[in-house]
Design a protein around this ligand. Structure first.
Ligand code: GAR
Length: 263
């Protein structure tokens, strides 16, 4: 018998994954309950879904916060516990080829928005945070304040591609335009990179010659609505264990990464 977990969700748009998760909680497919829904988009359809199910919700005005921090990046306008050096060192969203000033600007403004997210989440203790079409990169500032222990991550994301292929903003589009014959979706824990964290589950589907990008996305979303609840239920059953594995001879450099073992 698994415990009932408290789930928080962040969304940016339609919220069909959110709906699948809420429905799975209500039908008992997930031993859990949705305790809040947060968004960066006041027009997100998912807010209406939350309201219908009497789930508390909040909006964080990312564009406003980003503009005001970019205009006034002084420490007084940043979270008190924010250390730019620390976040710069930890993050792997950007590579060393990116302009350091652009990276700093990004990290400062996003951390300010994330502090607002955290403030809004405080009244709602949760076990797991699910990103359900939340279209913002989260920085180590936010991640470290949710994950007290990196070996027990508790932020999940669903990505519209078979990672590690096609990370980024348009997974299905990138898969389709590449001419792939198989598409898919991936649920993974968040780490400090972009769509690079340990993989929990994946579902694949064929891309047929008569598929369009739209028909392919439809197949993809249907796969997502099954996959995400399944992965959340594994978390609720405490069956997801992160382990660091290294394969000394596998690459020129020793290859070492955190992977999820399902027990
Ligand atoms: C889903 O396809 C999800 O995989 C994708 O956004 C869509 C949200 O749909 N997420 C990302 O691209 C994250 N990088 P929904 O709002 O209907 O759940």
């Amino acid at each position: 018998m698994s415990r009932k977990i408290r789930i928080g969700a962040l969304i940016s748009g339609g919220g069909t994954n959110l709906q699948a998760i809420i429905d799975s909680c209500e039908s008992g497919k997930i031993s859990g309950e949705m305790v809040f829904v947060g968004t960066d988009n006041p027009a997100a359809m998912g807010l209406k879904r939350a309201e219908k199910h009497k789930i508390p919700s909040f909006i964080v005005d990312y564009p406003h916060i980003i503009r005001s921090v970019n205009r006034h990046p002084e420490p007084a306008n940043l979270p008190e516990d924010f250390s730019l050096d620390e976040i710069m060192q930890k993050q792997s969203i950007f590579s060393s080829e990116n302009d350091p000033e652009t990276i700093k600007k990004f990290l400062r403004s996003r951390a300010a928005a994330e502090a607002e997210l955290l403030k809004n989440m405080t009244p709602f203790p949760f076990d797991l945070l699910v990103l359900a079409g939340f279209l913002r990169n989260l920085t180590p500032y936010f991640i470290d304040r949710v994950n007290k222990d990196s070996m027990h991550p508790r932020i999940m994301n669903i990505h519209p591609a078979l990672l590690p292929s096609f990370p980024g903003v348009d997974g299905y589009g990138d898969t389709f335009r590449y001419g792939c014959k198989v598409g898919g979706c991936t649920v993974h824990f968040i780490d400090y990179g972009e769509d690079s964290g340990p993989i929990i589950g994946q579902k694949a589907f064929p891309i047929e010659p008569d598929d369009t990008l739209d028909s392919m996305k439809k197949k993809g979303l249907e796969a997502e609505w099954k996959l995400y609840p399944e992965c959340i239920q594994l978390f609720a059953e405490n069956r997801l264990h992160v382990e660091t594995v290294s394969f000394p001879g596998a690459r020129k450099k020793p290859y070492c990464r955190n992977i999820v073992l399902i027990r």
